[in-house]
Write a protein that binds this ligand. Structure first.
Ligand SMILES: Nc1nc2c(ncn2[C@@H]2O[C@H](COP(=O)(O)OP(=O)(O)OP(=O)(O)O)[C@@H](O)[C@H]2O)c(=O)[nH]1
Ligand SMILES: [Mg+2]
Ligand SMILES: [Zn+2]
Length: 306
């Protein structure tokens, strides 16, 4: 008899990458701690992989042997300007903003660019609308709904939500049905709260991941993939202050500004940068209010960065 069985390979999904090892879930719903082979690219939440279980000296080690081709990848440069993946096989980027912490339009626009250049649909989600409605609030509704209007006019889907009111997430639930969505934004805007609200058994799931992998699941420091009941998935990600896009070409920056792409055909020069050229249709649209000032200024800032 053979004293080893031929290793069989099976497909799995990466729930989270903890550095030295990753948490994966196979087709039968079984969660394991897995070691990726060194030759593989950095694994991220949402990755589809192939795994094997190796038995030796009474223990079973799960290895990730192959990374399946990603349909999309959300990435950003690290401190050494190396592009690092953050989430894979994503169809929607939920850019979450809130009254407190206050929105950073430049960050929103960086996310719009990153999403568009990766082929991911950005959605602007204003959370904590209960803070706006409450009479005790010192913020005026117009500040935020006005900001949302700018993005709606630019052509992006938007949603209002709250994790503290009963109606709360109805609009958002519609937008994420059958999609794989990654929640991004500043720390404290309520990304993890939204996930918890959409997945009532989220704590049970985290508990199951910790029990199966032996890794205390630090949900705020790494991205986490969660299967949605009715199809699709959600990926929670840690908060960020900025999301550099300066490694992208001007054309890719422009793809994050559909309203600029809409008007640019009317510019006199095909390579118009919409800054100093005469007969610029984008600047005319800015003057007539068809393009928002804040979006235009961020476009210039982000397309001219070295
Ligand atoms: N009033 C109000 N507070 C909320 C709402 N959603 C979340 N919060 C609160 O906002 C705080 C931050 O929420 P988190 O869900 O941890 O925020 P996060 O975006 O995941 O933050 P990081 O993980 O640090 O990036 C918590 O105290 C939540 O209770 C909301 O809809 N309304
Ligand atoms: Mg969080
Ligand atoms: Zn122009």
């Amino acid at each position: 008899m053979l004293d080893f069985a031929p290793m069989s390979t099976y497909p799995a999904r990466v729930i989270a990458n903890f550095g030295a090892s990753a948490a994966i879930i196979d087709d039968k719903g079984s969660i394991k701690r897995a070691q990726p082979l060194k030759k593989l690219d950095l694994l991220v939440a949402g990755d589809k992989v192939l795994c094997t279980d190796e038995s030796g000296s009474g223990e079973t080690t799960t290895r990730v042997t192959q990374l399946q081709t990603r349909s999309t990848v959300l990435a950003r440069p690290d401190r050494k300007r190396q592009l690092k993946p953050l989430a894979a096989n994503v169809t929607r980027l939920l850019i979450v903003i809130s009254p407190k912490p206050a929105p950073e339009p430049l960050l929103i626009d960086q996310f719009c660019i990153a999403a568009a250049s990766a082929g991911i649909q950005p959605v602007i989600v204003l959370n904590k609308v209960d803070q706006i409605d409450s009479s005790a609030s010192e913020v005026t509704p117009g500040d935020y709904t006005g900001l949302l209007d700018i993005y709606r006019q630019a052509g992006f889907p938007t949603a209002l939500c709250s994790t503290k009111t009963p109606a709360g997430l109805d609009q958002l639930s519609e937008l994420i049905r059958q999609q794989t969505s990654v929640l991004v934004g500043q720390s404290g805007v309520g990304k993890s709260s939204i996930v918890k609200k959409l997945l009532p058994d989220q704590e049970v799931r985290i508990g199951a991941i910790s029990a199966a992998t032996g890794i205390g699941a630090h949900t705020t420091t790494v991205s986490f993939w969660y299967q949605l009941e009715g199809g699709g998935a959600l990926i929670d990600s840690p908060g960020v202050r900025q999301f550099a896009v300066d490694y992208l070409q001007t054309q890719q920056v422009e793809s994050g500004f559909p309203e600029i792409q809409h008007w640019r055909d009317g510019c006199r020069f095909a390579d118009c940068t919409h800054s100093v050229e005469p007969d610029c249709a984008v600047k005319s649209a800015l003057d007539s209010g068809d393009i928002s000032k804040s979006r235009y200024e961020n476009f210039l800032r982000l397309s001219q960065a070295d």
